[in-house]
Design a protein around this ligand. Structure first.
Ligand code: FEO
Length: 392
């Protein structure tokens, strides 16, 4: 692929990974991804902003075929999907210096063995003059790792935000089709940013204050209307809870499924939206995205040797790690002969601040009396949502 011009002297030189289906050996990629690298050419100096995943080094080198000299490689983030091609790029451009945050010096050294003499730490707010192109470095820690930074091209008002505002979307569009990217950007936020939303909030304010006219993240398409993605982030970080119950479940012999069916019906009758996830074939990215603004999580599980089914335990572990802003949670449990499921679930979700509404625990197949308790749980949730003013 040839460089694609964003503005005169500013080009996209990244790689679209149409076929990647899994990230971090965990997160499904519905529509592939991209690793965005950018070239900024001043009258005197040239800077390459980020590299690409090592699986796509050849694509980056092809895009740089006619670039004889790179003076600086700006490494916004040490994670390998952006820094993994650095060793090859530094070998190709022996005159290039890596510019990164002070913390990134340590991480690039640890993860990629980049020699310290090839790196120079830059301060928050420091500027780099390339000749008619001025890059201002903006430290934006914890979007995604502690060393993460962004940079702002002052003359063209382009914000290079790295993981912040990204989406896992392989597309031939350089700029985002907003209706296409919204769901994928929300999903990406849920997977990467949601656990870090206090830092994300601060950094969104910090970069929005620069008034960019283009946002150029390191995954997915660019934004020609920055307010679209900035407003979306603000709504995800600070927005109101939705009148929504996220209902992941697993069933072995149908007893838990009977609880789920009755519960979902009772919620719907009360005007509460339900998103169900069968954990035997769940897309974890969709589950994560549903947690961004849901008021309540209810997990339904049978027991395996008295504890939650391993798929349910794994889902709880992940939810706990993602730290969604849930207000309420509960459980539907069907057990065989004895159960510690509720105690184990509480241990697995210690980081969540949600109020635990008393779970429904049933021995075997639910009776009419058990189903009445399930109805009462649905009614209690609907009432709490109403008190909260949760919106659909
Ligand atoms: Fe896209 Fe945190 O790397």
């Amino acid at each position: 692929m040839r460089p694609r011009e964003i503005r005169p002297g500013v080009s996209w030189v990244g790689a679209v990974d149409w076929d990647r289906r899994l990230f971090d050996s965990l997160i499904p990629l519905e529509q592939g991804t991209s690793y965005n690298s950018y070239l900024v050419e001043g009258t005197e100096k040239t800077a390459l902003l980020d590299t690409v995943d090592p699986s796509k080094t050849g694509t980056l080198l092809q895009a740089l075929e006619n670039v004889g000299k790179v003076d600086f490689v700006v490494a916004h983030h040490a994670e390998q999907d952006h820094s993994g091609s650095l060793p090859v790029v530094l070998a190709r451009y022996p005159e290039a210096t890596v510019l990164c945050s002070p913390k990134a010096v340590e991480l690039l050294s640890a993860h990629l063995h980049i020699p310290e003499e090839r790196m120079r730490a830059v301060e928050d707010g420091e500027v780099l003059e390339l000749g008619g192109k001025t890059l201002r470095f903006v430290h934006t820690p914890w979007v995604h790792w502690p060393e993460t930074m962004s940079s702002f091209l002052e003359e063209d008002r382009v914000l290079f935000s790295c993981d912040l505002f990204g989406s896992h979307l392989a597309t031939s569009d350089l700029f985002a089709a907003e209706d296409e990217v919204f769901t994928l950007a929300k999903r990406y936020y849920a997977e990467i940013m949601m656990p870090l939303r206090a830092a994300v909030h601060k950094n969104v304010d910090k970069v929005a204050a620069l008034s960019p006219v283009v946002v150029a993240p390191s995954h997915g398409p660019l934004y020609s209307r920055p307010e679209f993605i900035i407003d979306a982030y603000r709504s995800w970080v600070d927005g109101p809870s939705r009148n929504l119950v996220v209902l992941p479940y697993v069933t072995m012999h149908g007893s838990t499924l009977a609880l789920v069916e009755h519960f979902a019906g009772a919620l719907i009758e009360r005007g509460v939206k339900v998103e169900r996830f069968d954990l035997t074939g769940v897309d974890l990215g969709r589950l994560a995205a549903s947690l961004v603004d849901a008021a309540t999580l209810v997990l339904a599980t049978p027991t395996v040797l008295t504890n939650p089914h391993p798929l349910a335990a794994s889902a709880l572990y992940l939810v706990n790690a993602l730290r969604p802003p849930l207000k309420f949670m509960s459980l539907l449990v069907s057990y065989g002969w004895a159960t510690n499921a509720v105690e184990t679930a509480k241990t697995l979700t210690g980081a969540l601040k949600a109020e635990m509404i008393p779970p429904v625990i049933v021995k075997g197949l639910p009776t009419e009396k058990d189903l009445l308790l399930v109805t009462e749980l649905a009614a209690a949730i609907a009432a709490r949502h109403e008190d909260l003013g949760a919106a659909l």
